[in-house]
Design a protein around this ligand. Structure first.
Ligand SMILES: Cc1cc2nc3c(=O)[nH]c(=O)nc-3n(C[C@H](O)[C@H](O)[C@H](O)COP(=O)(O)OP(=O)(O)OC[C@H]3O[C@@H](n4cnc5c(N)ncnc54)[C@H](O)[C@@H]3O)c2cc1C
Length: 461
């Protein structure tokens, strides 16, 4: 079974797990006894002795993934039972799930391609047994143009699922524990990341060290791995923030997600299980700050006044938060010994909910390239091997990012010709069946070159 290197409760337990060889020769201690013999002396060691211990306790892996968020954990699962030794380091795992806990503020619209990946790597049961909300319809409109996408238009039972980020991550982290070739270091902070083309070293704050032939950045938009590897980005600020509200509505569970475009920014509705929903209100940073600071009893009428009647009654605001919006794209996803995936490689405007979807495709594509290279006896960290992954993903991601930028600019534009153009565009999308189908397939992640896992196939044939 996969080892989970817990770091919170007992250093003794950690050290014992870490050095299983020494555990074999130790007499049978109780945890308390282990704590007494190992934890207390360890805690009193001066820094240089800790470093010495760290050097002795260096563990070697083929792949070291920094970040066990949705994308990093999905990569770990995709590499499960691959024959490669994999380490995942995560510093802030979500709290355990309880059916009566409030919904996570962060939710994602998961495409059919993402659902296929999660199913094929065996984590779907952990997701569905917690909670999620399937949706069958998707509507986009502004004052004149209006288009509704329905799953039956393309003979599919569903268009996707709205899932709390925490639920996706927990389902993947649970699955990771079932692989004997994957070790999860969690929760633990990374002290230093020393990137080297021929194999990188990561020092953890508890003194342990791990080395890997390939270092993978799955550590989000502000990736330390990307910085350590000296990989640049192109970036700009959208000068727009997203106010995210988890609310209780007057409706029963809904099967539609909708987005209304306004010159100030879109407003989005994402259904959650039961009468719950997630609202996203894009606006200027100042306005989002003002709204967020309002007490709930003042914010409720503002939501009622600003959102369309389709929202119905909002009976309670459960939680709220805001996010600055930034576009960022790494100039390269790979170089010798390192690869970037997920938000570490790209941050995209969330208006069409594609960030984690393209991140999961990255994870599936990278795993496919690594497993294939490993089977053929090739060096998994070689720049030439990694370029196959970059070729599969960078162009597709750039296309998705550019499409989102186009939406953002066209729908934020108040000039009459642009307004006419987009109203006509929405009208045509509603009426021309092939165009509508094409747009739906794109949003569901079913177009372009897909990694095998996204097609529901085993990682290699
Ligand atoms: C308002 C909003 C709405 C969105 N809605 C959608 C949507 O509907 N659909 C969609 O597809 N996307 C959506 N996104 C985008 C999506 O949330 C991101 O693309 C996604 O979270 C990226 O996942 P990730 O695993 O790459 O990075 P992250 O989610 O940032 O995860 C990185 C992980 O790495 C860990 N970490 C970081 N540094 C270290 C370190 N040094 N050591 C150890 N661990 C570390 C963190 O704790 C974290 O768990 C939305 C984004 C926003 C802002």
């Amino acid at each position: 079974m996969g080892r989970r290197h817990e770091c919170s409760d007992s250093v003794a337990y950690r050290v014992a797990l870490w050095n299983s060889a020494s555990l074999c020769v130790l007499p049978r201690f109780s945890f308390a006894c282990l704590r007494e013999r190992l934890l207390l002396p360890y805690a009193r060691f001066p820094e240089f002795v800790r470093s010495l211990l760290g050097a002795v306790m260096t563990e070697h892996y083929d792949v070291v993934v920094i970040g066990g968020g949705m994308v990093g954990a999905a990569l770990g699962c995709s590499l499960g039972d691959s024959g490669l030794r994999v380490a995942i380091v995560e510093d802030s795992p979500p709290p355990p799930f309880a059916a009566d806990q409030p919904h996570d503020l962060r939710v994602s619209a998961i495409s059919i391609a993402s659902a296929s990946i999660i199913k094929t790597i065996g984590a779907w049961g952990g997701l569905i047994s917690r909670r999620c909300c399937p949706f069958r319809r998707m509507r986009v409109w502004e004052d004149r143009g209006d288009v509704e996408f329905r799953s039956e238009d393309i003979n599919e039972p569903l268009l996707g699922y709205i899932v709390e980020n925490r639920v996706i991550q927990l389902a993947l982290l649970d699955r990771l524990e079932q692989f004997s070739n994957v070790d999860v270091f969690c929760p633990v902070k990374t002290k230093s990341i020393d990137y080297r083309a021929d194999g990188s070293t990561v020092e953890l704050e508890d003194g342990r060290r791990i080395e890997g032939r390939l270092l993978v950045a799955a550590d989000g938009g502000f990736s330390r791995v990307r910085q350590a590897a000296g990989m640049g980005v192109s970036a700009w600020d959208y000068r727009q923030h997203a106010l995210v509200l988890t609310v209780e509505t007057g409706y029963v569970q809904q099967d539609i997600t909708w987005q209304r475009f306004l010159p100030t920014g879109p407003q989005a509705f994402l259904p959650l299980d039961g009468p719950n929903a997630s609202l996203v209100w894009y606006h200027s940073p100042d306005e989002v700050r003002r709204l967020k600071e309002l007490p709930d009893e003042e914010l409720l009428p503002e939501v009622a006044a600003a959102f369309p009647r389709e929202l119905g009654d909002v009976t309670r605001i459960v939680s709220k938060g805001s996010f600055p919006l930034k576009r960022q794209h790494a100039l390269n996803y790979t170089k010798e010994g390192v690869a970037l995936i997920g938000d570490a490689a790209h941050m995209i405007h969330p208006l069409a909910g594609q960030g984690v979807n393209i991140g999961l495709l990255d994870a599936a594509a990278l795993a496919q390239v690594l497993v294939s290279a490993h089977r053929e006896g090739k060096d998994i960290g070689a720049a030439r091997t990694l370029q196959d992954f970059e070729r599969m993903r960078r162009r597709n991601n750039l296309l998705m990012m550019t499409t989102m930028d186009l939406f953002y600019r066209v729908f934020g534009n108040v000039h009459l010709p642009v307004k006419l153009f987009r109203n006509i565009g929405l009208g045509l999308a509603e009426r021309i069946a092939p165009a509508k189908k094409l747009a739906m397939k794109y949003a569901m992640g079913l177009s372009g070159e897909l990694p095998r896992l996204a097609r529901g196939e085993a990682i290699l044939g």
